[in-house]
Design a protein around this ligand. Sequence first.
Ligand SMILES: [Zn+2]
Length: 309
Amino acid sequence: MQCDQPSPENGIFLGHYTAAVPRSTLFSRLLSQMSRRGWIAIAVALAVNLTVVSIGLALDARRGTDSSAASRIGGARVSPPQGSASKRAAGTTTTTQPDPIALPPAPPRTPVILPTSSSGAPLISRVPTTDRVVFVTIDDGVVRDPAVIDTVRRMKIPVTVFPVRDFARQGQAYFQQFVDLGGLVEAHSIKHSNLTKLSAKAQQAEICGPLADLQTMFGRRPLLFRPPFGAYNSATLSIAASCGYRYVVNWTAAANDGRIDWQAGKMQAGDIVLFHFRTDLVQNLLLLDSICKQQGFTVARLEDYLLAT
Ligand SMILES: [Zn+2]
């Protein structure tokens, strides 16, 4: 039961208590014999009490602002969400609460040895690192929930988005916001077909087709390709390399419906986590945030590890 909610048990108890006290007790006799001056004194005391309580509540309401501002200024616990500093500087009374989900920044990247291949783009499902970092990748783009942008901003994490080409077109401004927050847009085909069921020519269109459009939209030519459903064959890898992708990227963990399934049974350094632009995305990101904090991990940018050399 919530402490700040009326308790039915309390009400019943008080009722019984009142009814159980006989009027002939010493207490009730004292009450009835109390002087007029005594009643006035009690009334004054109650009024003073109410005033003190009211002032206390008002201070508590303000404290949300003041303590959050203090923690931001001190910088020890949280740093301000973007935009709040300018609002404060402008002298507005915007009250930004301390950010409960800002993850610490990723540690300096330790160089990693990545696989190479002469027959195509290497497939990466986990980044071979001992840094306590994981990577957030978000696919498709049918649902474009503005709350996701806010969550990513508050978590202060870079994300790699893999929109299907037409969803990128429909939601260009939406996906650009991830770029503005330090993320990058990579490629995830045009029609979201299972590539293993396509001819080499049809695969070519699906894999290489989005590159020019994504470059026009987001000002950068993608260097990572994620195959729809994670399905690929040798032709996928060789075609990906032929049109300039550095890696084909799958995953070692998948987030769905407020649950994350880790391939190794638990979070491991270098895990690439698959999310989707769906209605459960905020919930899934918050779950990752919570697990990272519990286990001392943070989120790093995938491209910082895969494309550093
Ligand atoms: Zn997909």
